[in-house]
Design a protein around this ligand. Sequence first.
Ligand code: ADP
Length: 310
Amino acid sequence: MYSHQNKNSPKIVVFGSCSVDFTTYAPRLPNPGETLHGTKFTTSYGGKGANQCVAAAKLGGNAYMICRVGDDQWGEKYRNHLKETGVDVSHVYITPNVTTGIAQISVADNGENQIVIVLGANGHLSKKDAADSHELIKSADVFIGQLETPFEATLEAFKINEGIKLLNAAPARSDIQEILPYCTILCLNEFEASMLTNLNVNLENAVDALNKLLSAGCQTVIITLGSKGAVYASKDEPPTHVFCEPVTAVDTTGAGDAFVGALATFLLSHKDLPMHQKIGAACEVASISVTKEGTQTSYPTNYTPFIKQY
Ligand code: ADP
């Protein structure tokens, strides 16, 4: 158990996916139709929602997970795993006759990855689940959603929450304009930002994407840039580039999720820090995660932001 849940401390509530990752490691990614010999196989807990929730819990956040698992062997195992990690699992629902979501991940020696997802129970997370979890969603100090579960349910939940609403617009989609005015913070990577803005987003032209997404109604927009850190802008803060210390990347799977979970934690635990320092600290947590294989297992515990000028 990593966190010490205290019902009175501010709540981070994640509404979204949990899936089991079946990961193969190989010298390089296979081409279409090609069979490659891998060097290792692991089974681990993943899914963007649960990754973000676990990242927050491992950093000491008071984290709650609202999700659906199947009634197969993985559903119960996943629920127990979340509980052992310190996550509140009272809103982990079981869907009968459906498999728990899975992700098939390939990781190359250079850290690149390729992922196929089967939604399973994640596809059943519904507007009714949002309504049934009304009290918890409403009272969340930071409420996090992603796009691996049905969009209409996430939208419904964003309408209920009265705290900081953090949307991680992943995987990439172009048709989520309706939720943007509800986003206190929109967080996405370059590829997702390109898809959503119809611009070819990179560090040099990220300002155009930031402005477009602010105009669409988000209060703050953060675009993560892999090893280049992140850029962000708010309604009242100009675009700023937050750098990231160079590291040797071993496995970048789930780096964005580490970033989101860490940011949620620091938004509450380091309220008084300026935004660029919270983002810098979240970058640091995410860059620690890419130095290790695995997803949730690569997320650090007991990290305290080192206050410096990013
Ligand atoms: P995603 O995992 O969603 O594709 P990014 O690749 O933008 O998102 O990574 C998210 C964050 O993880 C970055 O902002 C950075 O802090 C960290 N990160 C990712 N890749 C690296 C890397 N190669 N070196 C250092 N940090 C990294």
